[in-house]
Design a protein around this ligand. Structure first.
Ligand SMILES: CC(C)(COP(=O)(O)OP(=O)(O)OC[C@H]1O[C@@H](n2cnc3c(N)ncnc32)[C@H](O)[C@@H]1OP(=O)(O)O)[C@@H](O)C(=O)NCCC(=O)NCCS
Length: 285
């Protein structure tokens, strides 16, 4: 493709194998299943050279917010404008109030050029879950305990998630609930938080974790860690989430992360009732 720049085509299942090769080349842990999961919730573009997928970008609609993800260019083709080309095309597929993404250091300069601004640091924790060296002392004995949850809780989870992120991620939450296992924390009759753990990459990811306050988030995370001993777990958090110490105590060390970036077109309605303590994926926020 030296002198021409073909138009991207709609990304579909037939591109997954080629897309997987790109994400592996970039050192990302995504599996075929992860690509299918992302593609089923998104619209996207693939840039082809013959049969070879040489670039991808997905956009995932969450009501007034759209997430940009899986922005990848084959290593040998980088620095020739393909990344900008496919991203600009992908951003014509939607017209949200706000674009969001989590940028790698390689991606950040491109997003900055398109008007995205830095909205904070994401820390990726991962490892094999082990019991803490000293017993945890979270909560009082009479505190509410997380209990198993499922699709019957979807409406409540979606409402809390909307308050936490000003987005509508009901479809994503339904897909996560079908694929994984969920816990909720209820105080009185009100939801205090929830977390969904599902297969992803090298093992499992715990997220989204959405809660009213840090105590509720820690209680939910503690329950996930207790049931995940010996398994590979990944948790992506905001740098100031207040969960980092607990994750590290259980062997989930920081291994990198990214930069939250946003491109706002119109102000979003915000609420402080809930916060997002752990991401569903860097792709989805
Ligand atoms: C990020 C990535 C998609 C960029 O693709 P690319 O085809 O190399 O990007 P382009 O050639 O279109 O360059 C994009 C722009 O960023 C600029 N840019 C790139 N690196 C830069 C840097 N370090 N400093 C300043 N500007 C930089 C380029 O000059 C270009 O600007 P221009 O369009 O005004 O000339 C590619 O490097 C990649 O696949 N990386 C691995 C996966 C990854 O990290 N993806 C991002 C996920 S958030």
């Amino acid at each position: 493709m030296p002198n021409s720049r073909p138009e991207p085509v709609s990304a579909c299942r037939s591109h997954i194998e080629g897309a997987l090769a790109l994400s592996r080349e970039a050192g990302w842990p995504h599996t075929r299943d992860d690509w299918s999961f992302f593609l089923a919730l998104s619209r996207g573009l693939a840039l082809l050279d013959g049969d070879e997928v040489v670039a991808t970008t997905l956009v995932t609609p969450f009501g007034p917010v759209v997430a940009v993800n899986m922005v990848l260019v084959a290593r040998a083709r980088r620095g020739t404008g393909l990344g900008r080309h496919i991203l600009e095309k992908a951003m014509t597929l939607a017209d949200p109030d706000e674009w969001r993404l989590v940028a790698t250091p390689e991606g950040a300069p491109l997003y900055e050029k398109l008007g995205f601004r830095d909205a904070g640091r994401i820390v990726q924790h991962q490892g094999i879950v082990r019991p803490p060296a000293t017993p945890r002392r979270d909560g009082k004995p009479d505190d509410a305990r997380p209990v198993a949850a499922g699709l019957a809780d979807l409406e409540d989870f979606a409402a809390a998630d909307r308050k936490a992120g000003s987005h509508d991620r009901k479809d994503l939450l339904a897909a996560c609930l079908r694929k994984g296992r969920a816990l909720k924390l209820v105080r009185g009759s009100a939801l205090s938080g929830f977390v969904i753990t599902r297969p992803f990459g090298l093992g499992e990811v715990a997220g989204p974790l959405v809660a009213r306050d840090l105590a509720s988030a820690r209680s939910l995370l503690a329950a996930v860690l207790d049931t995940s001993a010996g398994r590979f777990l990944r948790v992506d958090t905001d740098a100031g989430s207040g969960l980092g110490d607990m994750l590290e105590e259980h062997g989930l060390n920081p291994v990198g992360g990214g930069t939250r970036m946003v491109l706002s077109r119109h102000p979003l309605v915000t609420s402080r009732d809930f916060s997002t303590f752990a991401l569903a994926a860097q792709a989805f926020g």
